[in-house]
Write a protein that binds this ligand. Sequence first.
Ligand SMILES: C[S@@+](CC[C@H](N)C(=O)[O-])C[C@H]1O[C@@H](n2cnc3c(N)ncnc32)[C@H](O)[C@@H]1O
Ligand SMILES: Nc1nc2[nH]cc(C(=O)O)c2c(=O)[nH]1
Ligand code: SF4
Ligand SMILES: [Mg+2]
Length: 236
Amino acid sequence: MKRIPVMEVFGPTIQGEGMVIGQKTMFVRTGGCDYRCSWCDSSFTWDGTGKSTLLSAADIVSQLKEIGGDRFSHVTISGGNPAIHQGIGELVSMLKERGIKTAVETQGSIWQDWMQDVDDVTISPKPPSSKMETDFEKLDTYIERLKDYNSSLKVVIFNEEDLQYAEKVHKRYPEVPMYLQVGNDEVDTVENDSLLSRLLERYEWLIDKAVESPELNDVKVLPQLHTLVWGNKRGV
Ligand SMILES: C[S@@+](CC[C@H](N)C(=O)[O-])C[C@H]1O[C@@H](n2cnc3c(N)ncnc32)[C@H](O)[C@@H]1O
Ligand SMILES: Nc1nc2[nH]cc(C(=O)O)c2c(=O)[nH]1
Ligand code: SF4
Ligand SMILES: [Mg+2]
């Protein structure tokens, strides 16, 4: 049994982002990331400020049950980059055996065969504002391996350059459902009222941009719903 560094297990809450937004779900957040996005809202998973616990898949299932009781049937695995951890395959199969659906959030930089066993795979390649570089050949292989599975692309947008990047990604993978997500540029604030107005303003800006772009006719434009409701609070 391979053990997995886990930062937090929480829920049930709602999935605040992307392809299954609104879905009632538990979250398992793993530690460690191969990226260092400039605006990462979960940097405690990789910058040394957070603490992880090494758990087996069975331990994680027990924690999920302990925290969520019988009030869930869906688990979202995020991070950090959960794809660093081979052991998640076992967690996914244990949950499946118990009739629990799974989702994963990853940037698409590291492949694991267990990706194909996950019910909802969100691939979130990083735009220029993140200061990360996308290896498009690697991403091609990723998308190819998931073409017969339920996957989607989600690009976070902070500026015009990010929008051009999203257009490029959408054009390269026209068959994959594409989500544009409002970037939160105040990940440390506790001023929920001003954060909410800022994010709604940014959402309106993003809608306007998608509306005026003929390259973005078939996209879905979303805010991070959990941030609108709870601000930058952790574990929700
Ligand atoms: C924290 S990441 C963890 C999963 C994986 N490392 C990834 O980036 O896809 C989960 C999602 O949050 C998004 N995200 C991170 N920081 C954000 C921010 N400041 N504003 C909006 N979305 C953000 C990421 O792009 C990703 O889609
Ligand atoms: N409610 C809620 N929805 C989310 N969707 C993606 C999240 C993440 O951090 O990966 C997240 C999160 O942390 N909370
Ligand atoms: S890839 Fe995801 S977890 Fe890693 S730094 Fe970027 S947003 Fe944060
Ligand atoms: Mg988050």
